[in-house]
Write a protein that binds this ligand. Structure first.
Ligand code: RAM
Length: 360
């Protein structure tokens, strides 16, 4: 049974976790001589050489927020496939909980000690990994964040799934349409420290300031920590505490699936609307049984693919992560934007009409 205090406990625990990590951000490393490798001279000097050959035989370590999350399994497989195509090696390490920030720090240190050429990291917390990531970079390891960013000076580039602003605003727009622009709404997020979810929520709040949403009210943000059971209980708690709730936005694949599962077996099915970010394979049955009308996402495999190709382009010296640099990833050319951000493209909205065309 959910008790209101459960949610508050989750929040308190998250705060403790992020304080605890300051003590763990250390680790011995071996100096790596990047300047001796072809293409490394330009990169070491901080200038990109777009004509440098793509290096082979590199090792790229993927460090997702959470290893047993199907979203990251798909994303990282995309990275593995791209690396195989490029003649480089893939490895994956990472915590099983999305609130284990100190675990993530240790994994960064491990990858640095193992002298990987690059790492692709989805950050559980924007600042927690900074010391470890900076140490990695000073040892010649190229650092790409994907999915969830750290601070811009703590990595070389961020591969973003879509514009954060678009994602935040469109989730509000989707829900507003489903509830007729009227009523109480709540957000069921992932970890309280998650950079990506918090950025999207910031844009959701901003979108809600538009007078067209004057009859909608955001009554609570709950945190399910990308854990199925916690997310399920948080959904139950939201409905108990807010009997007039009309809709929920869950910007996490774990959260939206658990919320759909709860709603689908309750009297709220089809009455309380649910949207957010989910995978078509997780959400198909809830779209078909009338629990969910529409939700959105990008293709996680394409995100992993682009993260891997960005890591290799950095390690080959073709880019350094500066705004305006361009590189080829597969058949597509990407230009690095402000703060070293590379954007994958636009998300897709899934509903009953198109969901069967997607398999991920
Ligand atoms: C979860 C994770 C991930 C996020 C997706 C939408 O799997 O929180 O970081 O991008 O949902």
């Amino acid at each position: 049974m959910h008790k209101p205090s459960l949610r508050r406990t989750g929040v308190a625990l998250a705060a403790v976790t992020s304080l605890a990590l300051a003590a763990t951000a250390c680790g011995g490393t071996t100096k790596k001589d990047v300047a001796n490798e072809s293409g490394g001279k330009a990169a070491a000097a901080g200038t990109a050489d777009p004509d440098a050959a793509t290096k082979k035989g590199l090792t790229v370590g993927f460090l997702p927020k959470q290893v047993n999350n199907p979203y990251f399994t798909t994303a990282d497989k995309g990275g593995e496939k791209a690396l195989a195509e490029l003649g480089s090696s893939y490895k994956e390490v990472g915590p099983s909980s999305a609130t284990d920030t100190s675990g993530q720090v240790s994994y960064v240190n491990t990858l640095t000690q193992q002298q990987v050429d690059a790492m692709a990291v989805s950050a559980q917390d924007p600042g927690a990994l900074c010391t470890a990531l900076k140490q990695a970079m000073s040892n010649g390891v190229k650092v790409v964040t994907y999915d969830s960013d750290t601070k811009p000076d703590c990595r070389d580039a961020f591969v973003s799934q879509a514009s954060a602003e678009d994602l935040g605003r469109t989730e509000v727009q989707l829900l507003a349409g489903q509830i007729g622009y009227k009523g109480e709404i709540a957000i069921l997020s992932a970890a309280q420290t998650a950079t990506n979810q918090n950025t999207w929520i910031g844009y959701m709040k901003d979108e809600l300031k538009d007078p067209k949403y004057k009859d909608m009210k955001l009554v609570e943000i709950a945190y399910g920590n990308d854990d199925a059971q916690q997310s399920f209980q948080q959904t139950q708690g939201l409905l108990q505490e807010h009997p007039d709730l009309k809709g929920i936005i869950s910007p996490t694949t774990v959260g939206i699936k658990a919320a759909a599962q709860y709603l689908s077996g309750s009297k709220y099915k089809g009455k309380v609307k649910l949207t957010g970010l989910g995978t078509p394979n997780d959400m198909r049955k809830y779209v078909k049984n009338g629990t969910v009308e529409a939700f959105e996402l990008w293709d996680p495999a394409k995100l992993g693919d682009l993260a891997a190709r960005t890591a290799v382009a950095l390690a080959s010296g073709q880019i350094t992560g500066k705004e305006g640099e361009t590189f080829k990833a597969g058949s597509t050319s990407y230009t690095i934007g402000k703060d070293g951000v590379i954007s994958l493209g636009k998300p897709t909205v899934f509903d009953a009409r198109n969901i069967d065309r997607f398999d991920f």
